[in-house]
Ligand binder design. Structure first.
Ligand code: UDP
Length: 238
């Protein structure tokens, strides 16, 4: 797997379908725990300021480029990543294939009811898919969530607790729970359940997903300043 470094953070040149293949392969290795990070520009900026976050990402078994900013940065560095691999799309394809692979999938995170609604939608769309359980992300005690996960004994867990908590959570408990693969997926259950809208495809094609989010959730503007800061840092680092 080709690996490049953007501002000191690891990113793999791995396509969506290669990531799904990798997830299914990792899911066979029951005695191990593999973290997959879906990397966005905000995460790179956070990692520059926090060594624990940097180690968390750089120590992941695979890091895919979840966002046009990361792909553009790779282009600027002349080490172009072939494709953006969005967490939400990786999740959906893994679920679709689970009807054939039989891999058991768990959704952890988001507001009560959201992960379950996302699961229902996907079960309808991909009959026979193997979503073994869901649990919301507002538990008071980790044990509460762990008990639900143990009941389902999944092979693959998608976690939406916000970055970096979701990745840390998998690192802390993945092995103990015997889940060979964990993937942090941010707002993906919100998107699939219809709780938040995804940018229309024409906007996605023009790489304007960020603008769509800004219009829908203006309160995010401060967080989104990470984007221009990221662009400047990448250009300066050249
Ligand atoms: N979330 C959660 N528990 C929390 C905080 C957040 O389950 O204590 C969920 C939230 O509902 C959302 C997801 O984590 O579905 C991603 O949250 P956010 O958009 O804040 O994170 P990011 O965009 O940074 O991944």
């Amino acid at each position: 797997m080709k690996e490049i470094s953007i501002l000191g953070i690891k990113v793999n040149d791995i396509t969506k379908s290669e990531t799904v293949d990798l997830i299914n392969k990792f899911a066979e290795e029951k005695d191990k725990s593999h973290l997959i990070v879906t990397l966005g520009t905000e995460m790179v900026m956070a990692a520059r300021e926090d060594n624990d976050i940097k180690e968390l990402i750089n120590g992941a078994e695979a890091v895919c480029a979840d966002g046009v900013g990361i792909v553009l940065a790779s282009k600027i560095k002349k080490q172009q990543i072939r494709e953006k691999a969005a967490g939400v799309e990786i999740l959906e394809e893994t679920v679709r294939q689970s009807a054939e692979t039989g891999k058991k999938i768990f959704f952890l995170g988001s507001k009560p009811g959201i992960a379950e609604k996302a699961a229902e939608k996907l079960r309808e769309k991909y009959p026979g898919c193997n979503i073994a359980g869901t649990f919301h992300g507002y538990f008071k005690d980790d044990e509460e969530a762990k008990a639900e996960i143990r009941k389902a004994s999944p092979d693959i867990i998608f976690i939406a607790l916000g970055f970096p908590r979701q990745e840390k959570w998998y690192r802390e408990y993945g092995k103990e729970l015997g889940i060979p693969v964990g993937i942090g997926v941010g707002g993906s259950f919100d998107v699939i359940s219809g709780n938040i809208e995804r940018a229309p495809s024409w906007m996605r094609k023009l790489c304007l997903e960020w603008l769509f989010r800004l219009i829908k959730e203006p309160a995010r503007w401060k967080r989104m300043l990470a984007l221009p800061k990221f662009a400047i840092a990448v250009i300066m680092s050249k």
